[in-house]
Design a protein around this ligand. Structure first.
Ligand code: SF4
Length: 119
């Protein structure tokens, strides 16, 4: 049994993921996306990327961002490099797209925080 935290949304549910005879069971998820997240993580082929992007604002120098879906593990560091090149210079809402389809992947990098909303 593997314990992990679902990072798809801000609830960050604690998951218990187990594989028996090729059948994967996920517990602790509050929704179907958590079930899917646990399975993908256990298979270990794809990963949601979470990181912090730089801003120009002194009060919030960095802000949490994440990919909207899992990406192949071998591309994680290239996506992180793309995030590191960003310098946010305007208020942004949670879920707003920071990088559209990095590396032509079918996922976006979005803001995962409320900190930039009321600057
Ligand atoms: S299981 Fe569902 S509710 Fe819980 S963190 Fe994952 S996506 Fe959010």
């Amino acid at each position: 049994m593997v314990q992990m935290q679902c990072s798809v949304c801000k609830n960050h549910c604690s998951l218990e993921v187990e594989e028996n005879d090729g059948i994967i069971t996920v517990r602790g998820n509050r929704c179907a996306r958590g079930d899917w997240f646990g399975r993908e993580e256990l298979r270990g082929e794809r990963k949601i990327v979470t990181h912090r992007a730089a801003t120009v604002f002194e009060s919030v120098p960095t802000v949490s961002v994440k990919t909207t879906g899992p990406i192949p593990k071998e591309l994680v560091f290239r996506v992180i490099r793309a995030i590191r090149k960003q310098k946010i210079d305007r208020p942004m809402k949670r879920g707003e797209v920071l990088i559209h389809c990095p590396l032509d992947l079918p996922t976006d990098v979005v803001i995962d925080s409320d900190e930039l909303e009321n600057l």
